[in-house]
Each structure stands twice: as C-alpha cells, then as structure tokens.
Write a protein that binds this ligand. Structure first.
Ligand SMILES: *Cc1c(COP(=O)(O)O)cnc(C)c1O
Length: 425
C-alpha cells in the first residue's frame, strides 16, 4: 500500500509531538490533516498524494526565488563537493557578510548564527551589555523567535499581557519585558516612564509579519528612533522576515529609519538554517572574541548555508526583481480584494511588497487586537477551499503570505481564480 499523508501523519503523531517539528505545520488552527511534501519546484509544492499546490508559504519567508532555483542548487552542489562543515573560517562567511553590510548601511559588522531565534536573543544580550540595563520593550503580536524573554504576546504561535505565553517560562524570565500595542507611541513613552533608566532596547518587526501583516503608520518607526535615542536605549529592528523581502535593504530602506541593531534570517540563508545579527561596529565589537559578550555556535557560518544565502542575494540583485515582486503582489492583492467585495465579504489586505495578509475584517487592521478580531471561521473555511483549489496558504490567519519571483503573472491569475471559487459561498 502506498503511503499517504493521512497514514504518515498518524505515524508522525506517534513519534513527534503533534506530528510536527514546528507547531503551525500541524494545521490545528484550520483543522484537517497537513499534507506531506514530496518536492518543491518554482511556485509549486507537490505532496506525496500526487497533488500540486501554488505555494504562498514559501517556507515561511526564505524562498523569495521559489523552490529549487537552479542558481542556488548549483551553488549548493558546488559547496557540498568541498565538505559541509569545518569548524574553521571559510571564505563564504566573508562574502555573505560583505553582501549584507553593503545592502544594509546600518550593519557595519555581522555575526552569523543558525536561526532567527538565536539572532534576536543574542542581539538582546548585546543591547543589555552595551547599556547596562535589563529592560526590553516589544510589541503585541510581534514574534522574535522562541527565546524566553520574548514570549510575551508573541503573535502567530502564541498570545497575553505581562504574563509568559508558555508554561516553562518563569515570570522572572519576562519580568524585564514589556509588550505594548504596535503603532502606539504613547504606550512606548508610558513603558519608558514606568522603568526610568532601565530599558536596554526597543525591539520591533518594522513591518509586522507574525500577527498577519501590520504596516507601520507614518511616523511610528521614526518616533521609536527618536524616543530610544532620547532615552539612551537601542533600537533593534527584527528583520528576520522583512530583510531582503520588502526591499533589498529591508524595511529600514523601505521606511527610511536606521536602527542600532538588526536581526536577520530566512532569506539570507536561501532556505537553509541561518540567522544573523549586526549593527554599528562599536556595538558589535563587544561580541566575543572581540569583546566580552559571549555568543558562539558549532555550526555557525556553515558553508552550505552561506553558499545558499550568497546565491540568493546575488539573484535578488538582478535589475527589476523588487519591482516585479511589487507589481505581481499588487495585482494579486487587488484580485483578492475584488473577489471578496463581489461576494460581500468584509476583508482587508495589508501588504508590504511581496508579503501580505488577507484579514476577514472590515478594517483598518493596525494592531494585533484588530487582527484577532477578524473572522476565524471564515478563514478556516477559506483555507480549506483554497487547498481544494490547489493553493497553499499558511494554516493560520496570523501568518503572512509570500510571493516569490517564481510566482509569475499566470500563477497570480490562477490564484485569483481559485480565490473567486473559494469565496463564492
Ligand atoms: C521567523 C522569525 C523569527 C524566528 O526565526 P527562526 O529561524 O524561526 O528561529 C524571528 N523574528 C521574526 C520577525 C521572524 O519572522
């Protein structure tokens, strides 16, 4: 008997908690059985049951070129032939660092790690060391990986106020963390006032992707820059999702606000496990072995991951890539909005370049609270029907959708057609 996703998921649930290695993949928010992937190609995923899906998950962001782009595949094959882990410096680390520092002028030096989670927890350690202060202000619905200090009102996977989102996170681990509403500068001022001289950093997803997509209102990011500077705190942009996504230079280029530290991941590894954090040299020089702030990694700077990242960024440098992503994403968003309107369904689309969310909410959706007020039942139904019509959206209303350069005009048109069918009662 041939293995199906159904039988494989039953086996997986015996062996892996919830049958998966990252919670959202289990489809709990939408119901049903997740499909098991046989392979990815361009804009498509193929499951082991023989179905094809247009993929808007794109590995939750990294695959900005689509699946198995030939240039990245070639770079990986070339790298594999030379061995895949050295525990000694390799030239690709320097090359990727040069590409990143050239793309983000605020990043003078960078340290590679293995995930976005490692990047944000290490950036916070550095901010605390550099300022000699313990406090951090984050925003409701922003996700900064699963380190203890950030698991307060942490968006997509988890959700509260001043209380840890997960058992196993002691109150002491989040006692220095304040979470306030996104787009609310007054709340940021109040959080500073509550902890005078004690805030090391404000950390923010400059365009939020983990509460669904929330866009910064005009002046919000500049306001964060001004208040952190005035208070002697650092501004950390968590660009793990937005870096090389909303512009080649990330959200800091798109919105014109310069942070002290930047966290990266996802696209800079081209789909392999990578994270990075970087910023001003005077700050980064405090990281070991240049300075006393300890942070290390057995597999950090892994040559395969570096090779995939370099090939991905080089492909993104081709003229017109971001204009193309912007135009196709705008076409898709307009098509989805028109379909919802035709059937009288309240819907709001928030989009930053090639990442977007369709909220079943009349709008505007500017905060996590507003995102959570959207119609969850309708999302579940829509998600199921889109799968039936061959389109894979993330199985959560609070995850962004991503286009890749492999999503051409025909794929976009097919998606709009599927949405028309899925939204029709
Ligand atoms: C994905 C993500 C992370 C966590 O990265 P992992 O590689 O999953 O640990 C952190 N911050 C943001 C903004 C993300 O989107």
């Amino acid at each position: 008997m041939q293995t199906s996703s159904e039988t494989l998921f039953a086996r997986a649930q015996q062996l892996l908690p919830g049958g998966v290695n990252s919670p959202v993949r289990a489809f709990r928010a939408v119901g049903g059985t997740p499909f098991f992937v046989e392979r990815g190609e361009g804009p498509y995923l193929f499951d082991i049951d023989g179905r094809r899906y247009i993929d808007y998950v794109c590995a939750y962001g990294p695959l900005v070129l689509g699946h198995t782009p030939p240039s990245v595949a070639a770079a990986l094959q070339e790298a594999v032939a030379r061995g895949w882990s050295y525990g000694a410096p390799n030239p690709l680390e320097v090359e990727l660092a040069e590409l990143i520092t050239a793309a983000l002028p605020s990043v003078e030096q960078v340290r590679f790690v293995n995930s976005g989670t490692e990047a944000t927890m290490s950036a916070l350690r550095l901010a605390r060391a550099a300022t000699g202060r313990p406090g951090v202000i984050k925003f409701d619905g922003c996700y900064h990986g699963h380190a203890d200090a950030f698991l307060v009102s942490a968006g997509s996977g988890v959700a509260t106020l001043g209380l840890p989102d997960s058992p196993g996170v002691p109150a002491s681990a989040v006692q220095h963390t304040s979470s306030v509403p996104f787009n609310d500068l007054g709340a940021v001022e109040a959080a500073f006032a509550r902890a005078p001289g004690a805030i090391a950093a404000v950390i923010v997803e400059p365009a939020v992707g983990n509460a669904g997509v929330l866009l910064p209102e005009p002046g919000f990011l500049a306001g964060l820059r001004a208040v952190t500077r005035r208070e002697g705190a650092l501004l950390i942009f968590d660009e793990v999702m937005t870096g090389f996504r909303v512009a080649y230079g990330g959200a800091q280029a798109r919105y014109g606000v310069v942070p002290d530290l930047t966290c990266l991941g996802k696209i800079i590894g081209g789909g392999l496990p990578v994270g990075a954090y970087g910023g001003r040299s005077d700050l980064m020089q405090q990281i070991a072995p240049a300075g006393p702030v300890y942070q290390a990694g057995t597999l950090s700077g892994n040559p395969l991951a570096m090779a995939a990242g370099i090939a991905t960024l080089q492909a993104l440098q081709a003229p017109g890539t971001y204009a193309t992503l912007e135009q196709r994403s705008a076409t898709l968003a307009a098509g989805l909005a028109a379909a919802a309107q035709r059937y009288g369904i309240p819907a709001t689309i928030n989009r930053a370049g090639s990442m977007f969310s369709l909220f079943f909410h009349p709008g505007p959706v500017r905060t996590f609270a507003e995102a959570k007020a959207s119609d969850a039942d309708r999302f579940r139904h829509f998600h199921r029907r889109m799968l039936d019509h061959g389109v894979f959206l993330a199985p959560s209303a609070y995850e962004a959708a991503f286009l890749s350069l492999a999503h051409d005009d025909a794929v976009v048109a097919a998606t709009v057609q599927a949405a028309e069918a899925a939204l029709k009662a």
